[in-house]
Write a protein that binds this ligand. Structure first.
Ligand code: MV4
Length: 447
């Protein structure tokens, strides 16, 4: 539990975010980097940096043996995984534990449970947190789906038990589509996850993705820190997130936050986590998944709650109690995040690796830019295309949008194409301004 030196098993903006939180807590920091990242900013901001392998992730940021060795050599007693890479790999959590290293996150059991979307759904359902109507578990053969579909009606969606992020998903509007979709979903799931288990649900058209941030400590204390609206996404990659959601009123928020806190309490969860809900057009919400990591979009919650989620997550791992009380905290204003990616929106969001020749960072009241880029930085091809997250806070949603428009206009990244101009279009979109959004928003405006 006690540690004074942490290793950050990640790269890019999140590695820097973790280093900042650790330094504020007076912890020593060890960065790891691949051969493609020897000039990366996170290696310079940490107290020490250890090269853990060649550029491909499999040989570096996913190489458990190298990472554990780096922790042992540098004397780091804890590892923060960030998001992606090894953040939700239960085997890695177990390996850390067996080496006497504190994993800054939940237990391996919690990571494993929530990685299995079927088990997660049944566990939550037993606790009274309802998922989307559908099968009670996996469908072994196509025929098993028929009585369920008779009950819930078409359209339905087939999902992979080990899925999430849209892989192995199929929508069916009739029996023929159900039969072929089942086979395709099973094959895709088998190939992607080595697990062909499929379950079926009623398909919710034009839903909203709304998630709740929770923090839980080792003493049974749980707080739910408001919701995030994450409906604006493209091919299951989120582009814009905000808090609070423009459709969530006080009564719905109370229900959402109570459900999320109950979900975490019921499984005895600890650390930071996110409960994802799907909201239908009648504003009914259903449990979808739980993410057992700190998420990309955590800053919007930080801006409206004033809580430093990374510091809290580390303090929980140190065995400290959460001091935030659910009763005393209030949301202040509105925050929006735009993900600035090295992708060209005019070329179907094709990745644009290359060198940044000039960089100007937007600044001012309520403007935050979490990034690892600098003038002269070369974006490697190997990794994801996130360059930074522009987060704007205002007293109202209108002010946050105006501030975002201003900040996007001020941002200059020369040398490569980015998604910044596309975000400006979103900020000027009438439907976005009205808060009239769904998971189909990008499709609707680009087609
Ligand atoms: C759904 C759905 C509609 N109905 N489930 C996509 C990723 C995976 N985590 C779950 N997903 C969905 N599940 C039912 N019953 C629509 C989606 C979905 C979606 C969800 C959240 C954010 C973006 C999305 C984009 C397309 C589809």
């Amino acid at each position: 539990m006690k540690f004074d030196k942490i290793l950050i098993a990640n790269r890019g903006e999140i590695a820097i975010r973790i280093i900042r939180a650790a330094k504020e807590l007076k912890l020593k920091t060890v960065a790891i980097y691949s051969e493609a990242d020897s000039d990366a900013l996170h290696t310079k901001l940490a107290d020490e940096a250890v090269c853990i392998g060649p550029a491909p992730s499999k040989q570096s940021y996913l190489n458990m043996t190298s990472i554990i060795s780096a922790a042992e050599i540098s004397g780091a007693q804890a590892i923060h995984p960030g998001y992606g890479f090894l953040a939700e790999n239960p085997d890695f959590v177990e390996i850390c534990e067996s080496c006497g290293i504190t994993f800054i996150g939940p237990t391996p059991e919690h990571v494993r449970l929530m990685g299995d979307k079927i088990k997660a759904k049944t566990t939550m359902s037993k606790a009274g947190i309802k998922g989307i109507p559908g099968s009670d578990g996996a469908i072994a053969v196509f025929k098993e789906a028929q009585p369920i579909v008779k009950r819930i009606g078409f359209p339905v969606i087939l999902k992979a038990a080990s899925g999430g992020g849209g892989k192995g998903m199929r929508i069916a509007h009739n029996n023929a589509e159900l039969e072929s979709g089942f086979r395709i979903a099973q094959a895709e799931a088998k190939a992607a996850f080595g697990d062909n288990r499929i379950y079926v649900e009623k398909y919710i058209a034009r839903p909203r993705h709304i998630e709740v941030q929770i923090l839980a400590d080792n003493f049974g204390n749980v707080v739910a820190l408001g919701e995030r609206e994450c409906s604006i996404q493209r091919r299951h990659q989120k582009l814009v997130e905000e808090s609070p959601s423009p459709v969530v009123d006080k009564a719905i928020r109370r229900k959402l936050l109570t459900s999320a806190a109950k979900a975490a309490s019921n499984i005895g969860y600890r650390s930071a986590g996110t409960i994802e809900f799907l909201m239908d057009e009648k504003k009914n919400f259903h449990f979808m998944e739980m993410n057992t990591r700190i998420q990309v979009e955590h800053p919007v919650t930080e801006m409206v709650t004033g809580v430093d989620l990374l510091k809290e997550q580390i303090k929980i791992a140190l065995g400290e109690k959460i001091t935030i009380k659910q009763k005393n905290f209030a949301l202040r204003g509105h925050a929006i995040e735009c993900r600035i990616n090295a992708e060209d929106p005019s070329r179907n969001f094709m990745p644009t690796p290359g060198t940044i020749t000039f960089f100007h960072m937007p600044q001012g009241l309520g403007v935050r830019f979490d990034t690892h880029i600098f003038a002269g930085y070369t974006i490697p091809r190997m990794y994801d295309s996130l360059l930074g997250k522009l987060i704007c806070h205002g007293n109202s949603r209108t002010e946050a949008i105006a501030r975002m428009r201003q900040a996007l206009g001020e941002l200059v990244i020369e040398g490569i194409a980015t998604t910044a101009p596309f975000h400006l279009k979103i900020m000027d979109n009438k439907k976005f301004i009205a808060g009239d959004i769904s998971t189909h928003f990008i499709e609707d405006i680009t087609s």
